[in-house]
Every structure is written in structure tokens, then in C-alpha cells.
Design a protein around this ligand. Sequence first.
Ligand SMILES: [Fe+2]
Ligand SMILES: [Fe+2]
Length: 133
Amino acid sequence: MAAAPVHVRHDDIFVGFKPIDDLHKEFQAILDALNDPREGDYGEDLLALHEHLLRHCGLEEQWMLQENYEHYARHKRAHERLLESISDIRRRFDGGDVDAVRRYCADLMNWFAIHAQEEDAPLAEWLKGTPPR
Ligand SMILES: [Fe+2]
Ligand SMILES: [Fe+2]
């Protein structure tokens, strides 16, 4: 019997700022496809995830620079680690390691939920002009 799709902690990825939440919805949809047990084409969906993450991180970084965000460097470093991890997993997929892809996709939402709470949520408050708590 096929395993149930893995949908983890989705509410934690929304930060109350539409431009970021729209990106997070897109991320969720791509990851859901990758975690679907009927997933037929990891190669294509991993490419879609990689393209999405490049745009997603790039836009957040653009907003940080535009608004002179105080934690730009820290947040950008977190994005760089994420982008390195997707490059790495695509290389492993090309090498035939489908189990590594499955594990990566199963864990990614947990990582992302933490990133959303620790990095994207404070950025959202900054972009909305809310004073720091
Ligand atoms: Fe984000
Ligand atoms: Fe981010």
C-alpha cells in the first residue's frame, strides 16, 4: 500500500505578509508534489523546486536590501545553505540516489517551517513597518 502524502506543519510557514506568503504557497505546492507517493518525475519537480527557490530567495533578498533590513547577512546565509542543499540533492538524483531525494523532500518542510518562523517572520514584520518586539 502506498504511504500517505506527507504534509507537515504547513501553518507555520505563513508569516502574515502577502508577497512572502504567496511564495510560501508556491513552495508548499511544489513540495507536496515531490512528497506525493505517486511522484512520477523527481527530476522535473526537483528542477521546479530549484528554480522556485532561486526566485524565492532572490526576491526576499531584494526586499531586504531595498528596506535596509538589519539581519540581511544572516538571512542570506541561511538561503545560501538551502540553495547548496538543493544543488547537492539534484546531483545525487543524477547519480541515481532516489532514496536521498525522498529523505530530503520528507525533511524539507520541517527545515522550511523553522526558517519561516526564525527568518521570514521577522523580515515580514520589518517589511510591514512593525517596530521590533
Ligand atoms: Fe521565504
Ligand atoms: Fe527566507
